[in-house]
Design a protein around this ligand. Sequence first.
Ligand code: TYD
Ligand code: MG
Length: 459
Amino acid sequence: MSKVKKIFACTNCGATSPKWIGNCPSCNSWNTYQEEVIIKDTAQETKKKAWSSSRTKQLDPQIIALPEIKSGNTARLVTSDNELNRVLGGGIVSGSLVLIGGQPGIGKSTLLLQLATQIKAKILYVSGEESEEQIKMRADRVGKAQSECYILTETNVAKILSQAQSLEPDLVIIDSIQTLSSPHIDSTPGSVSQIRECSGELQRFAKEENIPVFIIGHITKDGSIAGPKLLEHIVDTVLQFEGDQNYTYRILRTIKNRFGSTDELGIYQMQADGLREVSNPSELLLSQKDEELSGSAVSATLEGMRPMLIETQALVSTAVYGTPQRSATGFDLRRLSMLLAVLEKRCGFMFGQNDVFLNIAGGLKVVDPAIDLSIISALISSLEDVAIPSNICFAGEVGLSGEIRAVNRIDQRIQEANRLGFEQIFISKYNTKGLDVSRYDISVIPIAKVEELYKELFE
Ligand code: TYD
Ligand code: MG
């Protein structure tokens, strides 16, 4: 006998309520409750039947002392993709559940299909979005497919898992959790209860069969993964695939990882024949220009753990309208206003009559405070119309009183600048403690204040 039950679920956090409420008591967001229909038949029994775990006999768990637990049973499946291995913390852990989020068209399906066709393992690629022919077309584009890659176009989670169980693959890839549906729930695919139910089933499958599962998830306009936050709690690893549609490179970032560091990041370039790993990001991001132009400075920044040299460009021009414009791409606008105020107050530069435009080359978004120093240099360079020599780079945070503050991992930044052939790097005086500058070919110039920067650079 099936019983129809109606509930209201929060689309943000997944909390449920028997009545509609305007303000979610669990995540405090407004107007997020939606009605969902759940059909409960003699529930758990039929659910299990779809793919009852045959191999793993469920014994009652026993208490065990920590030193007695055998270590090293987190065998990792090392992929042919070094960037992916890096963000996963050294390969795919067996039985883990990995969620890859990203905007539509960013390349999630391409990344995972590429993984499926290149790894030397038995892969099941389940797609609820594309037909077999479309997947074949894409696979042909991204390279020669290996024979042990199986495709299934299906959206019913119970059918998928029973098929997966009989195939016994080394890895299951689900192209988008938002297309899956469970026969036990009557609401549409992509709704809170469907996502919660399907991801719960996938998790049970991954843990009981010890097969890693990759799930693709779409993200909403504000950048969070569509569906309840709960999804992020269920999975072991959350990766975010991001990038600008207008640029070719993509960044794969770790948001959460139970088996590795979250500071890692992988960089890819989207090409006509799929995604290519980029092992040397700085070379991609620095513009190759012959003549030196004013308003441009190079910053030694850190993305996660990876040092990267990025060009910052500023344009300071006379304001045509009454109120001067401030615009920043890839950088926080309020922080730009703060830096301008520091320059006005501490060094006497006047930007009040000028429009200021700031751009981080390559469409990157930088939050590393070490970029401040190069932004200030680019601003002064553009205002004074004096070019900064292209063999100079910067790494330092600027404080409110115009002091140059120390930044983390200065050693790595200097090394990267050194490797790329820069001849001078400006850093904070407070970063030089314990730093052996004689190890580098690059000359390290310590400065303590913004005023000193001006003297060293332009006088
Ligand atoms: P896709 O993987 O379908 O994105 P998602 O699954 O995240 O929605 O990527 C689609 C985009 O990638 C599309 O705009 C075209 C581009 N692309 C290439 O440039 N080269 C390729 O070889 C492939 C397969 C896609
Ligand atoms: Mg896709």
